[in-house]
Design a protein around this ligand. Structure first.
Ligand SMILES: [Zn+2]
Length: 177
């Protein structure tokens, strides 16, 4: 996995690039959702192997899971103080960004994007992100520094560029007054 510090890169970058991209409650929900797919690490406790579709980077890292979570979240659009469409798009993108980042890492198995149609695991052909150590102790070492640097270069900087592009696009869409 990419680290827990970097999975929220996309919503945080959008927040930095735009003064009010979404409501505070939707922003916080998106931060949580960017890490949510790794809830599947509990599978290890139940003896479910990594390669299983129910294991780590399995069904919770699929496109379907991201769309279903986004679909469920849009029912709470009033509480989140945003339009249904915006809640769906942001929450789906938040969940999806997790597996996209995992697919850029150079360790572990790939992600099961196509579950339940296929159990195949996928990576991007190019994987520049150093896989994150598990546990906080792993970051207090040279390896931790290498991981953080690779995430800044390959996750945070591209996220900030995407966010800047999004905010400029949204700015240009505003009606002239
Ligand atoms: Zn993951």
């Amino acid at each position: 996995m990419a680290s827990f510090f970097s999975h929220p890169a996309l919503p945080v970058a959008l927040k930095i690039a735009s003064s009010r991209p979404v409501s505070k409650s939707l922003f916080i929900l998106c931060i949580i959702l960017t890490c949510f797919p790794d809830i599947d690490v509990v599978a290890f406790r139940f003896g479910i192997p990594y390669q299983s579709p129910w294991g780590h980077r399995g069904f919770t890292h699929s496109f379907l899971f991201a769309f279903v979570l986004g679909f469920l979240c849009q029912f709470f659009f009033r509480q989140l103080r945003e339009s249904r469409q915006k809640v769906f798009l942001w929450t789906t993108a938040a969940v999806l960004s997790h597996s996209l980042m995992d697919a850029l890492t150079n360790g572990g198995f790939g992600v099961a994007w196509l579950w339940p149609l296929s159990d195949e695991r996928f990576f991007f052909p190019w994987r520049p992100v150093e896989v994150s150590p598990i546990g906080a102790a792993g970051f207090m070492s040279m390896r931790g520094v290498v991981v953080v640097l690779s995430e800044i270069i390959w996750l945070w900087i591209p996220s900030l560029l995407v966010a800047k592009g999004y905010s400029l696009l949204m700015k240009n869409k505003k009606p002239l007054t």
